[in-house]
Design a protein around this ligand. Structure first.
Ligand SMILES: [Zn+2]
Ligand SMILES: [Zn+2]
Length: 131
């Protein structure tokens, strides 16, 4: 869906999408869609069918009655705030040797540093890590 600027654009698009809904998305922009679309006052190439003259008037009247239309661009939900858990890993506090842990090995605990032969420290999200 392109981004919509005015209440009229929004209603215009809404009507188009509602035709798909009424049609149960069965006929794409084919005959079934066209029949309904023309019936309720859409016109133009069906793929981008928008309000014809009288429907436009109606929609503008509705838009006017709705008044100020607070809206933003539609966007996919973006995870904010909480940082996504970093991949679990382990790091040697002595020499800094670092590895990434496989999820299935988390139960065994952090590995031993091959250089210092000491237990390494857990890094990243060991708890609640979810891939
Ligand atoms: Zn469509
Ligand atoms: Zn080390």
């Amino acid at each position: 869906m392109p981004h919509l600027h005015t209440p009229f654009d929004f209603l215009d698009t809404l009507v188009h999408e509602l035709v798909h809904a009424v049609d149960n998305c069965k006929s794409g922009h084919g005959e079934g869609f066209k029949r309904i679309a023309l019936d309720i006052g859409l016109k133009g190439p069906m793929r981008s069918a928008g309000a014809g003259e009288w429907l436009k008037k109606d929609l503008l009247a509705i838009a006017e009655r709705l008044g100020e239309f607070p809206h933003g661009r539609l966007s996919l939900p973006v995870r904010t705030g909480q940082k996504a858990a970093k991949r679990p890993g382990a790091k040697c506090t002595k020499c800094g040797y670092e590895v990434v842990m496989l999820r299935k090995h988390l139960l065994l605990g952090p590995p031993i540093c091959p250089k210092d032969m000491e237990g390494m420290e857990e890094t990243g999200g060991w708890i609640g890590f979810d891939c």
